[in-house]
Design a protein around this ligand. Structure first.
Ligand SMILES: C/C(=C\C[C@@]12O[C@]1(C)C(=O)c1ccccc1C2=O)CCC[C@H](C)CCC[C@H](C)CCCC(C)C
Length: 176
């Protein structure tokens, strides 16, 4: 008799990955909402000193108020995308948090794509933050960390779904 192929999976359950994804997205959403609130305050009052301005080279206003703080630093002033970057963060994390509740292929592949995109955005912003603005904005760095954790979680969720499908397919073959 040939050795039976094990149907056991390693790692967490699908449910656990969904919960963790929701949690990290809520943290990302919180950071984005905070950043958005700070930017609204800054528009009212240039002297506003938010809590995230920790030191000369650890300042979030330096990032938010820079030429890269709106429309990703690529859209012109008259574009409809000329909004604080954190606005896109709010839309993005709300979308991924909602998608993470579902295990359908469309939801999983959609969030995988969005999360990969957000990690490229992280690389772009981290480069600007460190090499151009010479700044360490803790709120920004917080979102980079959230984006990396999201990427790990969605990859594992994707793999888990594939393994569960394999088990089903093999089981079906045996039954027929
Ligand atoms: C704190 C936050 C945005 C503020 C911001 O902090 C960022 C980004 C940053 O690093 C930075 C550096 C240098 C200058 C300015 C800044 C910033 O101002 C919110 C998370 C944004 C998240 C990283 C964006 C993800 C965007 C998706 C790629 C968009 C997908 C499109 C969706 C609308 C569907």
């Amino acid at each position: 008799m040939s050795p039976k192929k094990s149907n056991k999976r390693s790692g967490l359950s699908l449910w656990a990955y969904n919960q963790l994804l929701t949690l990290t997205c809520l943290i990302g959403l919180g950071l984005s909402l905070y950043a958005y609130a700070v930017e609204l305050h800054l528009e009212q009052n240039k002297n506003y000193k938010p809590y995230c301005d920790l030191a000369e080279h650890m300042s979030c206003t330096k990032a938010f108020d820079s030429q890269y703080g709106k429309g990703f630093g690529i859209f012109s002033k008259d574009s409809i995308f000329y909004k604080p970057n954190s606005f896109f963060g709010i839309v993005f994390y709300s979308m991924v948090a909602t998608l993470s509740l579902s295990n359908s292929p469309v939801a999983v592949n959609g969030s995988l794509l969005l999360i990969i995109l957000s990690n490229f955005a992280s690389l772009y912003f981290a480069y600007i933050l460190y090499f151009i603005l010479a700044d360490l904005c803790v709120v920004c760095i917080g979102t980079y960390i959230v984006n990396v954790i999201n990427l790990i979680l969605i990859t594992k969720k994707h793999k888990t779904i594939r393994e569960l499908n394999d088990i089903n397919t093999n089981g079906m073959k045996k039954a027929t």
